[in-house]
Design a protein around this ligand. Structure first.
Ligand code: NAD
Length: 256
């Protein structure tokens, strides 16, 4: 379905970003990988799906590096057809203890980076009269939790930006939507489970159960494959009139 198209997924060396990149590659899209850590193994996994892969290690908190990544993607593949704004970090602390630098980093990486990638990707999408912007928000884009003021602010922000971009592109073949996962067992969440296990002096298994029990009525983690499946659907013709939604994949979290 996406043969000949190019998908750029920020933060795709790990977790949800890598899962979505694999799902898009399985549909034939060439992939621009971004993110920190081991970039070789994810690229090899994607190449094994028979697509071309290009890596750019831009730090999503640095606008100049984001510009360079978008330029390098266009130089390599012509344009970005599918933009998945996924890179994100977390820090948990009550607001009076929240380190200002952590606040700035969360807003920059989880929200402002999507402003830059979107503004730079849209002109070519408009010209082609086809494009998909998929923002990985969160259940925390719709409801809050204590201790996550920066994350909740960034995720509510990206849900709002999604709606504005959807309206600005409404008469074109470009759509913009957000996906709002509940708990997904990635390194980002594993750290919160490990912190809880240490804080409450309970086993990691018990901490995992409590984490799910507190928020996610299904008591099961959302998987990266499920999120990849939704991203593929949002790229399909069936989703041409899906515009500006914030789609929960959260085991019932935000239905409560
Ligand atoms: P993860 O830690 O597994 O992956 C994060 C990715 O972002 C990695 O590739 C990392 O290298 C990259 N990254 C981090 N900082 C970066 C920076 N400054 N520049 C470039 N890349 C950077 O986390 P994940 O759980 O896969 O999270 C991915 C997205 O999904 C995030 O936006 C997160 O908020 C969102 N999300 C996660 C969950 C969950 O339960 N895991 C739930 C809802 C939403």
């Amino acid at each position: 379905m996406l043969k000949g198209k190019t998908a750029l997924v920020t933060g795709s060396t790990s977790g949800i970003g890598l899962g979505i990149a694999k799902a898009l590659a399985a549909q034939g899209a060439n992939i621009v990988v971004n993110g920190f850590g081991d970039a070789e193994a994810p690229q090899a996994e994607l190449r094994a799906l028979g697509v071309q892969v290009h890596y750019h290690g831009a730090d999503m908190s640095k606008p100049a590096e984001i510009e360079d990544m978008m330029k390098s993607a266009a130089d390599k593949f012509g344009r970005v057809d599918v933009l998945v704004n996924n890179a994100g970090i977390q820090h948990v602390a009550n607001i009076e203890d929240f380190p200002p630098q952590r606040w700035d980093a969360i807003i920059a990486i989880n929200l402002t980076s999507a402003f830059h990638t979107t503004r730079l990707a849209l002109p070519a999408m408009r010209q082609a009269n086809w494009g998909r912007v998929i923002n990985i928000a969160s259940a925390h884009g719709l409801v809050a939790s204590a201790g996550k003021s920066a994350y909740v602010a960034a995720k509510h922000g990206i849900v709002g930006m999604t709606k504005s971009v959807a309206l600005e592109t409404a008469t074109t073949g470009v759509t913009c939507n957000a996906i709002c996962p509940g708990w997904v067992l990635t390194p980002l969440v594993q750290k919160q489970i490990d912190d809880r296990s240490a804080r409450e002096d309970i086993s990691v298994e018990q901490a995992q159960k409590e984490l799910l029990g507190e928020k996610q009525p299904s008591l099961q983690f959302t998987t990266v494959e499920q999120l990849g499946g939704l991203a593929v659907f949002l790229c399909s013709a069936a989703a041409d009139q899906v515009r500006g939604v914030a789609w929960q994949v959260d085991g019932g979290w935000t239905a409560q």
